[in-house]
Design a protein around this ligand. Structure first.
Ligand SMILES: [Zn+2]
Ligand SMILES: [Zn+2]
Length: 153
């Protein structure tokens, strides 16, 4: 009897944690928060919450397709409640992430196909630049980012 009660309350706690993390990601959709941002936002509401739990909950939400994960080389992953197809621009100084909605002028999958023996299943496009805050700062070092050669179709 006692064991059952514990199981129920654990499950309830997990549901509350999951909802709090999901709400925090949804409220910050445009800023594409990191796990640390979410932890800082949710911790005051749930003081017993650990960073590891936030990370696990975020990972679970990505696996369930509730949120999207934006990975960047050399920086922390960012999370996005907007799971519709769109691309991102990453600030080369501070790592801030913004949305880019491209009008489908042509199929990038078709562009990639003739240049390799690969079957193209999809693509990931990433813009790099300076966010509005960093545009005001001229001395901060610019983070290195991978420069890719763009082949004409
Ligand atoms: Zn920036
Ligand atoms: Zn986005």
């Amino acid at each position: 009897m006692r064991k059952r009660k514990t199981t129920v309350s654990t499950k309830r706690r997990q549901t509350i944690q999951k909802q709090a993390v999901l709400d925090a990601v949804r409220q910050a959709t445009l800023s594409h928060p990191t796990a640390a941002d979410i932890f800082a936002q949710v911790r005051p509401l749930l003081p017993t919450l650990s960073f590891g739990t936030v990370y696990r909950v975020l990972h679970g939400l990505v696996e369930e397709g509730e949120i999207a994960e934006i990975r960047q080389a050399g920086g922390p992953a960012h999370y996005d409640a907007d799971t519709r197809e769109h691309d991102h621009i990453i600030c080369s100084r501070c790592g801030a992430v913004g949305d880019v909605h491209l009008r489908p002028l042509f199929s990038l999958e078709e562009c990639g196909q003739p240049q390799t023996d690969f079957e193209v299943l999809g693509y990931r496009l990433e813009f790099h630049g300076l966010c509005p805050s960093c545009r005001l700062v001229s001395q901060a070092p610019v983070l290195p980012f991978p420069v890719r050669e763009v082949f004409p179709c």
